[in-house]
Design a protein around this ligand. Structure first.
Ligand code: PFF
Length: 442
C-alpha cells in the first residue's frame, strides 16, 4: 500500500518545512525593509493570499486527486495530450534547485560546527573565513555531501516514519529558536532602528518593483513550481482539508519570515551596519555581529541551527519529488530510489560546490554552475512548471473536478469560495506567473 501522512499536523509541518527556507531568512527581511516596511507586508499578504495561494492549491489538488507521482499525476487526470511533461519539468526544477540548495545547506553545517566549537571568525575576519569556506574544495564538498546525506537518510524512512516524524520535531524547534534569537536581538541597545527599518510603513517606497519583488518572493517562498506540493499532496488522505492546510502553510511561512526579520535586522542596526541580503548577510555580516554581541557565542549556535533546519526541511521536500517519481515510474524500492536520486544530486551538488573555487572558470551561459542552477530553476523551470500547472487545472481539469477535490467530494461547505479560487486559477494565475517570468528574465 502507498505510504501517507498520518495526521493533519504532519502534513502542515511538512508543507511549512518546505516553504520555510533560506528565502525567508536571507531575502524577505531585506525586501521588507527596503520596500516600505509594514506597507510591504500588506502588499505581500494580499499577493500571497489572492494570487499565490490558489496556485499552491492547484498543485495540491493535482497531487491529492491523482495519488501518484508528478509525472503520472497529469496523465491520470487527463490521459489525452502530453501533460506528463509538466511533471517532468517539476522533477527537473526540483533537481536543479537542490543542486545549489545543498551547497548552502553545507555552509550552514560548516558554520554550525564552528559555532559549537566557538571557532567562528573574530570581527573583521568573517569575509576571509567565508571565502575559505566557499573555495576550499574538500571543506565545501564534505559539508555539502553531509547535508545531502542527512536529507537522504530522512527520506529512506519514508513519508510517515521519515518526513512526518522528523519535521514534526524540527519545525516547532525552528520556531522556538528563532523566537529566542528575536528576543535577544530586540533587547540590544540601539535595536529600535532595526525595528523601524523593518516595520515603519512608508508608502513612498512602494513602486512597481515592489509588487514584482513581492510576487517573486511569494512564489519562491511558497515552494511553488517544483512539484513538491504536488508530491506531498499525493500522500495526503482524502479527508484532509486542502484550503485550510494550504492557507496555514502560507500563514506560517509569512509569520516565520517576519520573525526572521525581527531576529536579524535589529541586531544589524544595533551594531551600526547597513542592511543587506543574500549569503553575505548570513555568512559574513551576522558572524561579525555575533562576535561583538554579549552572548553572541550561544546566539550564533542557535542561528546556524535555525538556518540548517530551515534548509534541510526544504531539501527533504525537493528530493522526495524525484524519489516518488523513481519508485513509481521505474518500479524501484524506496531505498534504491533514494540512492539513485541522491546520486544524481551528488554529481550536480559537487559541480555547484566546486564552482566557488576550482571550477570557477567553467561557465554555462556566462555563469558558474552554482549561479546557473540558481538561475535556471528560479527564473525558468519553476515559473514555467507553475504556469503549466494552473493552465492544466484551469483549462483541462475543469471546475467540477477542482471543486470536488477542494470540497472533499462535496462534504465541506463554502462552495462559493471554491468557485472563486477556481476562477483565480483559470484567469488570474497564468497572467501573474507570466509577469514573474518576464520580470525574472529582464
Ligand atoms: N521555499 C524555499 C525557501 O523559501 O527557501 C525554497 C523552495 C523549497 C522552493 C522547495 C521550492 C521548493 F520546492
Amino acid at each position: 500500500m502507498r505510504d501517507n501522512f498520518k495526521s493533519s499536523f504532519g502534513v502542515l509541518v511538512a508543507m511549512a518545512g518546505s516553504a520555510i527556507g533560506l528565502g525567508n531568512l536571507w531575502r524577505f527581511p531585506y525586501l521588507m525593509g527596503t520596500n516600505g516596511g509594514a506597507a510591504f507586508i500588506i502588499i505581500y499578504l494580499v499577493l500571497v493570499f489572492l494570487l499565490c495561494l490558489p496556485i499552491m492549491m492547484s498543485e495540491f489538488v493535482v497531487g491529492r486527486r491523482s495519488q501518484v507521482n508528478a509525472v503520472r499525476a497529469f496523465k491520470v487526470l487527463h490521459p489525452k495530450g502530453r501533460w506528463g511533461l509538466v511533471g517532468v519539468l517539476g522533477v527537473l526544477a526540483s533537481v536543479a534547485l537542490i543542486a545549489f540548495y545543498c551547497v548552502v545547506g553545507g555552509w550552514t553545517i560548516d558554520y554550525l560546527v564552528h559555532s559549537v566549537s566557538f571557532s567562528l571568525p573574530e570581527q573583521g575576519a568573517s569575509e576571509g573565513f567565508f571565502a575559505a569556506a566557499v573555495s576550499s574544495p574538500w571543506r565545501t564538498l564534505a559539508y555539502t555531501w553531509v547535508f545531502l546525506l542527512l536529507t537522504a537518510l530522512v527520506l529512506l524512512a519514508g513519508i510517515k516514519d521519515g518526513i512526518e516524524r522528523y519535521t514534526k520535531i524540527m519545525m516547532p524547534l525552528l520556531f522556538l529558536t528563532i523566537i529566542v534569537i528575536a528576543v535577544r536581538s530586540v533587547t540590544l541597545p540601539g535595536a529600535g532602528a532595526g525595528l523601524e527599518f523593518l516595520f515603519r510603513p512608508d508608502f513612498s517606497k512602494v513602486t512597481a518593483d515592489t509588487f514584482l519583488n513581492a510576487l517573486g518572493q511569494a512564489f519562491f517562498s511558497l515552494s511553488i513550481g517544483c512539484a513538491t506540493i504536488l508530491t506531498y499532496g499525493s500522500y495526503v488522505k482524502k479527508h484532509e482539508k486542502i484550503v485550510k492546510l494550504s492557507s496555514l502553510t502560507a500563514v506560517s511561512d509569512t509569520f516565520f519570515a517576519i520573525l526572521a526579520g525581527i531576529a536579524i535586522m535589529p541586531a544589524v542596526f544595533a551594531f551600526g551596519i547597513s542592511p543587506s541580503e543574500g549569503p553575505g548577510l548570513l555568512f559574513v555580516v551576522l558572524p561579525d555581529i555575533f562576535d561583538q554581541m554579549a552572548g553572541g557565542g550561544v546566539i550564533s549556535i542557535l542561528f546556524f541551527f535555525v538556518l540548517f533546519i530551515a534548509a534541510i526541511t526544504s531539501s527533504i521536500s525537493l528530493l522526495e519529488v524525484s524519489v516518488t517519481f523513481l519508485i513509481e515510474e521505474c518500479r524501484l524500492r524506496r531505498r534504491t530510489a533514494v540512492l539513485l536520486s541522491s546520486g544524481v544530486c551528488l554529481v550536480l551538488c559537487t559541480l555547484c560546490a566546486l564552482s566557488g573555487g576550482v571550477l570557477s572558470d567553467i561557465r554555462i551561459l556566462g555563469r558558474t554552475f552554482f549561479d546557473f542552477f540558481d538561475m535556471i530553476s528560479a527564473n525558468f523551470l519553476m515559473p514555467l512548471c507553475g504556469l503549466l500547472v494552473v493552465v492544466f487545472v484551469g483549462w483541462k481539469m475543469k471546475r467540477p473536478a477542482f471543486v470536488d477535490e477542494l470540497s472533499n467530494g462535496g462534504t465541506l461547505p463554502n462552495r462559493r469560495l471554491y468557485d472563486v479560487i477556481f476562477y483565480m486559477v483559470r484567469y488570474v494565475a497564468p497572467i501573474v506567473i507570466a509577469v514573474i517570468m518576464i520580470f525574472g528574465w529582464l
